[in-house]
Design a binder for this molecule. Structure first.
Ligand code: ADP
Length: 301
């Protein structure tokens, strides 16, 4: 098969591993920088142009769209879908997962465990907003943040009020969440491919840090997840419509709660922690499922 990895940087670990894994299975692999793709959306025979010529039509694409280019990146994925190209994660699913508010609402609707969460833009009643999530301590998050930036633990009501005031002053969208203390600075990344968790790891923040992000000095270890955690991760990916997803869970008193469903989960941390060929499993999934025109939405969403 001709498989294109949509990525802005061919040197990234995840991109390299997908290319390697595909080549090892005899596929014709390429890296296509979605930022450099352009297209005539009025044409009735949709195509994608790239570096001055029409891009030869791949059989399948693997979108690896960074958060900062979600808007344009998903438009490129949509164009491929209109061409009938199989995308392992469809544009609509990527868009759903990128919007934390929309994603939480979809997951909550399906009864998936979430931390008690309140959303706000410019609340005039901070007290009531805090009360809706059970009062301090709370975690306050900027919706646009990634890798733990803009995630604040406010231990007291006073601290929470100041942070909310500051975010409100910036006109930022944010959410206020119950602090899951019992998670003890650790979260669980479940890597889902199709309807299986193919690898999982526990990430723990450095001493004194409640955020477990590896980019913030957290460490990853192997972990055996419970059947309930496995089912929660698989269902969460399915609710988003993602075939490949990184589902982040916290172990709460009430059982697993989902913090985030990531549509371009990194391969480096999970492959190093588990020693598994996750890239190979993604390619294998594509071999089994990619068919021309097999897209749920054909770019309609
Ligand atoms: P980002 O998407 O920027 O990484 P997260 O929402 O994943 O932000 O938060 C970063 C980290 O902070 C998480 O990996 C987790 O360890 C910790 N964390 C986030 N929300 C909570 C919460 N409600 N209770 C306890 N810890 C949390």
């Amino acid at each position: 098969m001709k498989i294109a990895v949509l990525s802005t940087n061919g040197n990234l670990y995840s991109t390299r591993r997908l290319i390697e894994a595909g080549q090892a299975r005899g596929h014709e692999m390429s890296v296509v920088n979605h930022k450099r793709c352009y297209m005539n959306i009025m044409s009735n025979s949709p195509e994608v142009h790239y570096k001055g010529t029409v891009l030869p039509r791949p059989d399948a694409i693997i979108p690896r769209i960074g958060a900062s280019v979600s808007f344009y990146g998903t438009a490129v994925v949509r164009q491929f879908e209109m061409m009938g190209v199989y995308s392992v994660n469809e544009s609509v699913a990527i868009t759903r997962s990128r919007d934390k508010l929309r994603a939480s609402q979809l997951l909550a609707r399906k009864g998936i465990g979430l931390p008690v969460t309140g959303f706000a833009n410019s609340p005039d009643d901070t007290d009531d907003l805090l009360a809706t999530v059970g009062g301090a301590p709370v975690v306050i998050k900027l919706l646009e943040g990634t890798q733990g930036v803009g995630v604040v633990l406010a231990e007291t009501r006073k601290a929470a009020e100041s942070v909310i005031e500051a975010f409100r002053g910036l006109g930022a969208n944010f959410m206020v969440q119950e602090f899951v203390k019992e998670a003890d600075g650790a979260d669980i990344r479940c890597f889902v491919v199709g309807d299986k968790v193919v690898a999982s790891m526990m990430r723990k923040g450095k001493e004194g840090e409640f955020r477990s992000n590896l980019h913030r000095g957290g460490t990853a270890t192997l972990i055996k997840i419970t059947p309930e955690e496995r089912a929660t991760a698989v269902r969460s990916a399915a609710v988003m419509g993602l075939n490949v997803a990184g589902v982040d869970l916290l172990r709460s008193k009430r059982g697993p709660v989902v913090m985030e469903v990531n549509s371009s989960p990194g391969l480096e941390g999970i492959e190093n922690a588990t020693g598994k060929d996750v890239a190979g499993l993604i390619i294998e999934f594509i071999e089994k499922n990619a068919r021309t025109g097999r897209t749920r939405t054909r770019g309609k969403g």
